[in-house]
Design a protein around this ligand. Structure first.
Ligand SMILES: [Zn+2]
Length: 366
């Protein structure tokens, strides 16, 4: 969803790095932009000037942050970047913010190409490994039953979700069998600069953003984007997840960063106005939550009922899979907070309404 952005400032203007090229955003920090064959048509990747100690002495090179999907075109752009942007130096390590294919897709190829190590959170690393197994790894046919329990019985939507699961190994055919685990609060030295790892939840299981106090930069991954609101969905694997509360709590932690931090997002342009953007995102979700409380007070509703009001546009099958997951994320937040009760009706559909005496609290209620 596009939103007004009057409080954000783009210090690099309208300029974008060309495919296969790079733009400097800070000393030793380069911005890359790779095309994607989706509605969201690009991803930003980052190169950080680095140095590692080897038995032969210090080795100069680069750290890559995020990789692009596994596609011949992306590999071609990478090869051009290796020749034209690395100053004749190697890639020393590959950091991946999270498990989504546009971020992790080429991690295995990059690590093999340069004998570099992958650095990633444990949860997202292991989820990626499961994803490379396709339906067998991600649990296969549960999506249809999950959608039906939320009132959606459209075979086209279920087929689309299963296709997405099957498609993961095409976009991410492999992941390195060894990696370095990133944990919240870790301090990495990359070349001349320190980068702090900040874990975030709700978009992927254990997303890792990177903040450099010295450079005043935040590599936000998908947790904070300037123009679109991050997808926050509940999936059949974890049907009671409170993904939206986790997401809102996670972006709140970023308020502790200085107001003049330059945010480097995975989609869109680098921007100033991190605190304003966090405020906008809170307001956006609060408006949706208020609307849901109102509409569920009129009549008990399931997620499929409230989807059209939350997404006021025509949705194709793929967009519907995302929209249903987002609708459940909002309803689950209100359920876990005790603002709505959840009941399974005789038709097997979960419906949400204001709580009354005798309702079971949510499984996560305090
Ligand atoms: Zn993502």
């Amino acid at each position: 969803m596009k939103e007004p952005e009057p409080l954000l400032h783009y210090p690099l203007g309208e300029r974008l790095p060309p495919p296969g090229g790079a733009m400097d955003v800070a000393p030793g920090v380069k911005w890359l932009r790779m095309p994607l064959p989706f509605e969201l048509d690009h991803i930003n990747l980052w190169l950080l000037r680095d140095r590692s100690d080897t038995p032969q002495g210090p080795q100069e090179g680069w750290t890559v942050v995020d990789c692009g999907i596994h596609a011949d075109s992306t590999i071609g752009f990478w090869e051009k970047i290796f020749v034209e942007e690395l100053e004749g130096l190697p890639v020393l390590r590959v950091i991946v913010t999270h498990m989504h294919p546009d971020h992790v897709g080429l991690a295995d190829w990059l690590c093999r190409r340069w004998q570099a190590r992958l650095w990633m959170s444990a949860t997202d690393y292991n989820m990626t490994r499961l994803g490379t197994l396709g339906a067998a790894g991600f649990g296969g046919g549960g999506a249809g039953a999950f959608f039906a329990s939320h009132g959606l019985n459209d075979p086209a939507v279920t087929a689309c979700m299963q296709e997405r699961i099957r498609d993961f190994p095409n976009l991410v055919p492999a992941v390195p069998t060894q990696y370095v685990r990133l944990l919240d609060g870790d301090r990495l030295t990359v070349g001349e600069h320190r980068w702090h790892c900040i874990a975030g939840h709700g978009h992927s299981p254990e997303h890792m953003a990177l903040h450099s106090p010295g450079l005043g930069l935040l590599i936000s991954g998908d947790m904070v984007l300037p123009r679109i609101s991050t997808n926050v969905s509940v999936y059949d694997q974890e049907p009671e997840a409170n993904a939206l509360q986790l997401f809102l709590d996670s972006i709140d932690r970023l308020r502790a960063l200085p107001a003049d931090t330059l945010t480097l997002p995975s989609h869109g342009k680098p921007f100033l106005g991190l605190h304003a953007r966090i405020h906008q995102l809170h307001r956006h979700h609060q408006q949706r939550l208020d609307h849901l409380l109102q509409t569920c007070a009129e009549q008990a509703r399931c997620a499929a009922d409230v989807m059209p009001a939350l997404f006021q546009r025509t949705l194709d099958a793929q967009q519907t899979t995302f929209a249903l997951g987002e609708a459940v994320a909002h309803l689950n937040l209100l359920w876990h907070a005790g603002r709505l009760a959840r009941r399974r009706d005789a038709d097997g559909v979960l419906r949400f309404a204001p709580p009354c005496d005798g309702d079971q609290p949510s499984v996560l209620a305090a």
